[in-house]
Write a protein that binds this ligand. Structure first.
Ligand code: UD1
Length: 427
């Protein structure tokens, strides 16, 4: 199993190309199931999760052709042509779904196109129970009959889905995406109220629109979808990854470096830019992306609470905690989206951080310096928080179980090494 070795204490300086967003790419790929014509997606990141979903789509009968840069070959995104001319299977098996929760996103499209789907329940997850009840309740309101048997969701709508009003009791990115896709082919009008407003949801809505879907309210918390008979082919470019952007901004900030994040978009990161500003990091727009520089002196502790977009993203919570662990003063970090998303805390403490967790909040008392250690990655964002801490720590850190990182960060060690970090992958 690969590990990553980092010798800390070197400022990160230079340019980092930002890849296409994983969390936009995954739902966009499942949207290919909605049409018999070809969906061409460009600027896809080279990541394990993309391959996992491609394998799932292939077993549903989707033909996938790959163009563009090969894996690991520069930062030009990959291009995939996905053609779901005939759906050969509506079953998403456990051995593929369990690898990645986002596989549940095939449910809405399969049901809308084929009138049936059998999708394995995703099962447990390292960052809390993460149920799919909102996805299922929404599809029931669109007229589907849903049955849970032998670990599978059996969904049927033999006469097609019918538009309805769906009021989400809490904001869910995945449920919004699943229902949005299903509603594009339902009869009549669907209203999704308290819908997620994440940029990845809007990117999906834009792609669906270019496939012929009729969607109003994009970017707002109410999406109105007028169902159409069929969707056609389209070409769409995936938005830049705002979580990768925030992660590298924090890597530069914690090391006292200065980077330009190529292709990054400020409008996707307003809440993050605001917090970084208060911590003593300037983030400014350039004509190529975002410029990040820490002010002279140490960072300041700032309280942070995760919230649905446009609030501070939960996927940057762990990285922010590393930053605050090395800041001057204290910071209260509150996780309001997921339970049990503080698994990085014990590992950061082994690197000299002073963090106490009380329920959904963590009190971080910043230290003058962190120290390298052998640490264990537990999930995607937790792993990268250890890398960030290691970049600033004195001495050597070895991060184990980096397959978590490979699910969501494209060529992380190459991008950081190109900016001066002493980082290498140990095979
Ligand atoms: C997506 C992102 C993930 C991010 C999360 C929140 C992808 C592939 N993943 O995950 O990186 O951390 O949004 O921004 O885009 N919930 C329910 N019932 C449901 C669905 C969700 O109770 O049916 C709860 C979850 O347990 C969680 C909250 O709603 O507490 C938000 O989850 P959700 O927005 O659905 O996250 P994902 O779409 O799984």
């Amino acid at each position: 199993m690969d590990r990553i070795r980092i010798c800390g204490g070197v400022p990160i300086n230079g340019e980092i190309p930002i890849s296409g967003a994983k969390n936009a790419a995954l739902p966009l790929m499942t949207a290919a199931l909605l049409s018999a014509e070809t969906l061409t997606l460009s600027n896809l990141p080279h990541l394990a999760d993309i391959t996992t979903l491609a394998n799932l789509l292939v077993q549903h009968g989707v033909e996938i052709r790959m163009n563009g840069a090969a894996a690991g070959d520069g930062h030009i995104g990959r291009v995939l042509e996905l053609s779901a001319g005939t759906i050969t299977s509506t079953r998403a098996p456990y051995d593929l779904v369990r690898k990645m929760r986002a596989s549940i996103l095939v449910l809405g499209p399969l049901l809308a196109r084929e009138g049936r789907a059998e999708v394995s329940l995703p099962g447990g997850c390292a960052i809390g129970t993460r149920p799919v009840d909102l996805h299922l309740k929404g599809l029931t309101l669109l007229g589907a009959e849903i049955d849970l048997r032998e670990g599978y969701v059996h969904a049927a709508a033999p006469n097609g889905l019918v538009g309805a009003e769906i009021v989400f009791p809490m904001v869910s990115v995945g449920a919004t995406e699943n229902l949005l896709m299903a509603a594009t082919l339902a009869k009549g009008t669907t209203r999704l109220v308290n819908a997620a407003r994440e940029p990845e949801v809007t990117d999906l809505a834009l792609c669906l629109t270019s496939m012929g879907a009729r969607i109003e309210g994009m970017g707002s918390d109410t999406l109105i979808i007028h169902g159409v008979e069929r969707l056609h082919g389209a070409a769409h470019s995936v938005i830049p990854d705002r979580i990768e952007t925030g992660t590298y901004a924090m890597a530069a900030a914690i090391t006292g470096g200065e980077v330009e994040l190529l292709g990054a978009k400020a409008e996707h990161l307003r809440s993050v830019i605001e917090i970084l500003g208060r911590a003593g990091v300037s983030v400014t727009e350039t004509n190529r992306g975002l410029h990040v520089k820490r002010a002279d002196g140490r960072l300041h502790g700032v309280d942070v609470m995760t919230e649905p977009f446009p609030g501070f993203p939960t996927d940057l919570q762990a990285q922010t905690m590393s930053l605050m662990a090395a800041a001057e003063g204290a910071a209260m970090i509150t996780e309001s989206i997921f339970e049990n998303r503080f698994m990085h805390v014990p590992e950061l403490c082994r690197m000299g951080a002073d963090i106490n967790v009380h329920g959904a909040s963590a009190m971080v008392r910043g230290q003058p310096s962190l120290t390298g250690a052998e640490v264990m990655a537990t999930d995607l964002r937790a792993s990268v928080s250890l890398v960030i801490a290691a970049l600033a720590a004195q001495g050597e850190t070895v991060v184990n179980r980096v397959y978590h990182l490979d699910r969501g960060y494209e060529r992380l060690e190459d991008k950081l090494a190109a900016c001066g970090a002493r980082i290498e992958r140990i095979k």
